[in-house]
Design a protein around this ligand. Structure first.
Ligand code: PNS
Length: 163
């Protein structure tokens, strides 16, 4: 069985992520979307909320499951029998750091990284920008799944009520 992991922060999942998951699901027997927990980074959504959103928006993909992990990605791969790390590349600006991580991960454990070019429709899209635009009341409805959009609106309302 060929198993891949598609790691990220997913704070929150965007249409760009979903495009990569759907395409990766066609290449592997199983794709694990792994929320990597970074305790030094305060997210807009909790890890449980991110997982819940991811589960809902990938429910139509039979070979896809969602998990979370705290620690080195290569350790996740070793303990979960994962052969390949999948990463989306939006632009040249992603390449330098992604290449460094891919080479580090390969040296650490032998695990390979597969870079998938992002659909040009989403090449400008990032979770950070979506959060920023949504926080200031901009329309991100076309950039994220509907349920994520609803959660973003609710979070922005909470944020405005507090400030
Ligand atoms: O969505 P992001 O924040 O761009 O994802 C980055 C992520 C979580 C995939 C990356 O930071 C990562 O792999 N973190 C796990 C810790 C780790 O293995 N670090 C060494 C990377 S060479």
């Amino acid at each position: 069985m060929r198993r891949a992991v598609y790691p990220g922060s997913y704070d929150p999942v965007t249409n760009g992520h979903i495009d990569i998951v759907e395409r990766a699901a066609g290449l592997f027997d199983e794709v694990i979307v792994a929320v990597l927990i970074n305790k030094t980074k305060q997210g807009l959504f909790t890890v449980d909320e991110r997982i819940d959103m991811l589960r809902q928006v990938t429910a139509h993909l039979p070979g896809v499951r969602v998990d979370s992990w705290h620690g080195l990605l290569v350790e996740y791969c070793r303990t979960h029998d994962v052969d390949v790390i999948v990463k989306g590349l939006r632009a040249v600006s992603d390449f330098d750091y992604e290449l460094q991580m891919a080479q580090m991960n390969q040296q650490l454990s032998g695990v390979e990284t597969l870079f998938m070019p992002t659909n040009p429709l989403w090449s400008f899209l990032s979770s950070s920008l979506v959060k920023e635009v949504a926080t200031y009341g901009g329309d991100v409805a076309h950039l994220v799944p509907e349920l994520v959009h609803r959660q973003l609106l609710a979070r922005s309302d909470e944020h405005r009520a507090r400030n």
